[in-house]
Ligand binder design. Structure first.
Ligand code: A3P
Length: 270
């Protein structure tokens, strides 16, 4: 089926005060009624915070470090983006329904919009936070290369939208704070991108503890290597080059752009 140009660069639509892609807003009842399973693992992030990185690490953990198994499909098929619905083209919910458990589920929803079945089933959740400045820069490039977003405008215009929460998935401040406040009441493991850059092995070991999973040191080292920025940048199953150019134009900006941190820690940035 040919993509219609009118699905691109459309304005965001508010869902309970949070700006989302028009197509998610139109299909909101499907998202709201999503049926989570107790053995689902949710990966929740504000966009551009290291979602793909943590998703790859978790798929490698789930497959005991079997790198070939993790090349079975692109990351967005192995870890479906739950709420991403573009009628006739994409449906994260339908992809998840077809998956064998245990499922890895990606979301960018702020905590108040998460379908209630995740709370009812007491699912484990991994949240990744990244400092606002690096997120804003990364998001600016992503807005330009991924055409589902509205036009980014100039950097000054984009930054103003980012600071006032008028970008897709709303305010970064509300997102990181909302999930932080929920972490003591539910099984939420709250990670920082900056800590992963500083000592990825340590963060992988903490993830293993949270998942109550034991892997040999050799396997952990293998996971570390295969989830490193340079290896993921070259891997077609993680670098998003399998998405057609008319959806994501890598000549504007690659998905795996720099993968750097501007601050020693998340807290230094605050
Ligand atoms: P930059 O644009 O700053 O390079 P998300 O997956 O949430 O969309 O986040 C994308 C950001 O994470 C991009 O940041 C990307 O380069 C970075 N990233 C992806 N994989 C990474 C890795 N293995 N190590 C460090 N950063 C990574």
């Amino acid at each position: 089926m040919d993509k219609k140009p009118d699905i691109y660069r459309r304005e965001l639509v508010d869902v309970q005060g949070v700006p989302l892609f028009w197509s998610i807003a139109e299909e909101w009842s499907q998202v709201e009624s999503f049926e989570a399973r107790p053995d689902d693992l949710l990966i929740s992030t504000y966009p551009k915070s290291g979602t793909t990185w943590v998703s790859e690490i978790l798929d490698l953990i789930y497959n005991n470090g079997d790198v070939e198994k993790c090349k079975r499909d692109a990351i967005y098929k192995r870890v479906p983006f739950m709420e991403l619905i573009i009628p006739g083209f994409e449906n994260g919910i339908e992809d998840l329904k077809k998956m064998q458990p245990p499922r890895l589920v990606k979301t960018h929803l702020p905590v108040q919009l998460l379908p209630s079945s995740f709370w009812k089933n007491n699912c484990k959740m991994v949240y990744v936070a990244r400092n606002a400045k690096d997120v804003a820069v990364s998001y600016y490039y992503f807005y330009q290369m991924a055409k589902i977003h509205p036009k980014a405008g100039t950097w000054e215009e984009f930054l103003d939208k980012f600071m006032t929460g008028k970008v897709a998935f709303g305010s970064w401040y509300d997102h990181v704070k909302g999930w932080w406040e929920k972490r003591n009441d539910y099984r939420i493991f709250y990670l920082f991108y900056e800590d992963m850059k500083e000592n990825p092995k340590h963060e992988i070991q903490k993830l293993l503890q949270f998942l109550e999973k034991d892997l040999s040191e050799e396997t952990v080292d293998k996971i570390l290597y295969h989830s490193s920025f340079n290896v993921m940048k070259q891997n077609p199953s993680t670098n998003y080059t399998t998405i057609p150019d008319f959806d994501m134009d890598h000549s504007v900006s690659p998905f795996m752009r720099k993968g750097e941190k501007s601050y020693t820690s998340f807290y230094t940035a605050c």
